[in-house]
Ligand binder design. Structure first.
Ligand SMILES: Nc1nc2c(ncn2[C@@H]2O[C@H](COP(=O)(O)OP(=O)(O)O)[C@@H](O)[C@H]2O)c(=O)[nH]1
Ligand SMILES: [Mg+2]
Length: 227
C-alpha cells in the first residue's frame, strides 16, 4: 500500500514569499512579515480530491544554509516547490540553481522522476512585474515541471498550486506501486540481453515513469509548447 506521508520542500531566494505561501495554504492567513532566517517543518493532514494525505512541508531559509533536516528533505523528499517572485528577476534567474542543488542531493541509484512545481509569486504586484508569465511557463516546460502564478497576499492560486503537486506525487506513487508498472519493469528485464547494462534498464524504467508523469500533466493542463 502506498505511503501516505508526502515530504515537500519549499525553495527559492529570500523574500520571494515561501513562508507567506505556506502560511496561506495551512491557515488561510496572510500576516505580512515572517522571520526570513527561520527554517521550519510543518506536518498537516489535508484532503485532496476526497482523500486524506499527510504532508511534511519544509520551509527553507536561505539557499546556502545547511541542516540535517534540509539534507534529508532534499535527498529523500517526494516533491519540490521552487518559488520566484514575478517582481524580482534575480529570483527567477536563480531557479536552475535549486534544481541542481536537489539533483546533487539525490541518490544516484534513485531513478524516479521527481514531481516539481514552479511558482511565480506576488502576481498582485502586476504593475511591477519583471518576469513575464511566458518566461515562467517556458522554464517549467523545459524542465517538465508544473507551473502556476500565485499571490500569497491575495490568496490567489495558492491551494491550486499545492493540490496539483500533491496530485502529481499521488499519481506517480500509483504508477510505481501498480502491478502493471512492476510487470512492465520485469518485462524490460527479461527482454534485455544478458549483456544489457543495469544503467540501460534503469533508463528504460525511468523513461516509462517520466512518460506517465507527462501524460498526467497533459491530462491536467492539455498539451503544452516546449521552449
Ligand atoms: N505583495 C505581496 N507580497 C508578498 C507576497 N508574498 C509574500 N510577500 C511579502 O514578501 C516578503 C517576504 O515574504 P516571506 O514569506 O517572508 O518570503 P521568504 O523569505 O521566501 O519566506 C514579506 O514582506 C511578505 O509580506 C505576495 O503574494 N504579494
Ligand atoms: Mg521564509
Amino acid at each position: 500500500m502506498a505511503e501516505r506521508v508526502y515530504k515537500i520542500t519549499l525553495l527559492g531566494n529570500e523574500g520571494v514569499g515561501k513562508t507567506a505561501l505556506l502560511v496561506r495554504f495551512l491557515s488561510q492567513r496572510f500576516i505580512g512579515e515572517y522571520d526570513p532566517t527561520i527554517e521550519d517543518c510543518y506536518r498537516r493532514t489535508v484532503k485532496v480530491d476526497g482523500e486524506d494525505v499527510t504532508l511534511d512541508i519544509l520551509d527553507t531559509a536561505c539557499r546556502s544554509s545547511t541542516s540535517k533536516l534540509k539534507d534529508t528533505f532534499l535527498s529523500t523528499g517526494d516533491g519540490f516547490i521552487v518559488i520566484y517572485s514575478i517582481v524580482d528577476r534575480r529570483s527567477y534567474i536563480t531557479v536552475p540553481r535549486y534544481k541542481e542543488m536537489i539533483e546533487e542531493s539525490r541518490d544516484r541509484g534513485d531513478h524516479r522522476p521527481l514531481p516539481f512545481l514552479l511558482i511565480g509569486n506576488k502576481v498582485d504586484l502586476e504593475e511591477h512585474r519583471t518576469v513575464a508569465k511566458s518566461e515562467g511557463q517556458a522554464l517549467a516546460n523545459r524542465y517538465e515541471w508544473l507551473f502556476h502564478e500565485a499571490s500569497a497576499a491575495e490568496y490567489d492560486g495558492v491551494d491550486k498550486s499545492f493540490c496539483d503537486l500533491i496530485r502529481q506525487i499521488r499519481a506517480q506513487r500509483r504508477v510505481i506501486s501498480s502491478p502493471d508498472f512492476a510487470s512492465s519493469c520485469s518485462d524490460l528485464d527479461s527482454q534485455d540481453d544478458e549483456g544489457a547494462s543495469e544503467g540501460k534498464k534503469k533508463h528504460k524504467a525511468r523513461k516509462k515513469l517520466s512518460d506517465s508523469s507527462i501524460h498526467y500533466k497533459r491530462k491536467l493542463f492539455g498539451p503544452w509548447h516546449h521552449s
